[in-house]
Design a binder for this molecule. Structure first.
Ligand SMILES: NC(=O)c1ccc[n+]([C@@H]2O[C@H](COP(=O)([O-])OP(=O)(O)OC[C@H]3O[C@@H](n4cnc5c(N)ncnc54)[C@H](O)[C@@H]3O)[C@@H](O)[C@H]2O)c1
Length: 253
C-alpha cells in the first residue's frame, strides 16, 4: 500500500525535468496524478511514461500564468480525477526568457515573465484549490522554489524576487490555514541535473558546481521523494517551512 493511495495530485510544469520526477514519485506512492504543462504533447509524453510504469495519471495542459486557464484547467482535473488534495507548484522557468542579467541593465518590460509565472501563477493555483482543501479539512501545497529565493545569485534578480515572494506568501498563508488540515511548504532546490545540460561546460557552471559540497547536481526524483514526504500524513505537523534540497550548499554564500 502506497503512502498516498487515494490522493489526487496536480503537478504544474511536469512535462519534463524536475516536475516529471515529482509526478513519477507521487504516482509511485499511490497518488493519481494530473500532469500539467504549457505544452500538451510534453504533458502527454510524461503521462505515457508514468502510465507504462503502472501509475494512474492524466494530462492537464494549461497556462499556469493565466488565471482563467488555471480555473478551467483545474476544473477539468477535478471533473476527471476528483478534488485536488496535493498541489505541487513546480512551473517556474518562463519559456524563451533567459536570465535577466545584472539588474542595473535589465529591461523593465521583461520583468513580468518571472513574476507572472513564479508569483502570480503559483498564487492562482493555490487560490483555486485552497477553498476545497479547507472544506475537506485536508490538503498539501508544495511550492518548488530555489536557493536564489533566500541568497544572492547574480543575473537572476527578478527570478530571485519572485521565488522570495512566493516563499513569503506561503509562510503567511500557512499560518492562516494552520488549523484547517492544509499545510503549505516550499522545497528550495540547488542546481539540478538539467542546469548542467543547459549550460554545457561553462566557466560559470563550473564555479557554482565547486560550491556544492556533495560535488554533484540534484536529480528530479530526489525532489519528488521530498514532495512525497511533505504530502504524506507523516509530515502533517510541518507547515510554513522551506526545505533546502541542494547537496549541502551553504545559504548566504
Ligand atoms: N533546474 C534547476 O537547476 C533548478 C534550480 C532551482 C530551482 N528550480 C525550480 O524547479 C522548477 C522546475 O525547473 P526545471 O528546471 O525542471 O524547468 P524546465 O524548464 O526543465 O521544465 C519546466 C516545465 O514547465 C513548463 N512551463 C513553463 N511555463 C509554463 C506555464 N506558464 N504553465 C505551465 N507549464 C509551464 C515548461 O513547458 C516545462 O516543460 C522551477 O520552479 C525552477 O524555478 C530549478
Amino acid at each position: 500500500m502506497g503512502q498516498l493511495d487515494g490522493k489526487i495530485a496536480l503537478v504544474t510544469g511536469a512535462g519534463r525535468s524536475v516536475g516529471l520526477g515529482i509526478a513519477q514519485e507521487l504516482a509511485e506512492a499511490g497518488a493519481s496524478v494530473a500532469v500539467n504543462d504549457l505544452h500538451a504533447e510534453r504533458a502527454q509524453e510524461a503521462v505515457d511514461q508514468i502510465k507504462s510504469a503502472g501509475g494512474r495519471v492524466i494530462a492537464a495542459p494549461f497556462d499556469v500564468a493565466n488565471l482563467e486557464s488555471v480555473r478551467a484547467g483545474i476544473g477539468r482535473v477535478e471533473r476527471e480525477l476528483g478534488p485536488v488534495d496535493i498541489l505541487v507548484n513546480n512551473a517556474g522557468i518562463p519559456e524563451g526568457v533567459g536570465p535577466t542579467g545584472p539588474f542595473v541593465e535589465s529591461d523593465p518590460a521583461q520583468w513580468h515573465f518571472n513574476i507572472d509565472l513564479n508569483l502570480y501563477g503559483s498564487m492562482y493555483c493555490i487560490r483555486t484549490v485552497l477553498p476545497g482543501m479547507a472544506q475537506r479539512k485536508w490538503g498539501r501545497i508544495i511550492q518548488i522554489s530555489s536557493g536564489a529565493g533566500s541568497r544572492g545569485v547574480p543575473n537572476v534578480s527578478i527570478y530571485s524576487a519572485a521565488k522570495a515572494g512566493i516563499e513569503g506568501l506561503l509562510r503567511s498563508v500557512a499560518i492562516e490555514m494552520a488549523q484547517s488540515g492544509v499545510t503549505l511548504n516550499a522545497i528550495a532546490l540547488g542546481l539540478m541535473a538539467n542546469t548542467g545540460e543547459r549550460m554545457g561546460n561553462s566557466a560559470y557552471l563550473q564555479r557554482i558546481f565547486s560550491t556544492i559540497p556533495m560535488g554533484r547536481l540534484g536529480e528530479p526524483r530526489e525532489i519528488g521523494a521530498c514532495a512525497v514526504w511533505l504530502a504524506s500524513e507523516k509530515a502533517g505537523y510541518v507547515t510554513g517551512q522551506t526545505i533546502h534540497v541542494n547537496g549541502g550548499s551553504v545559504h548566504g554564500r
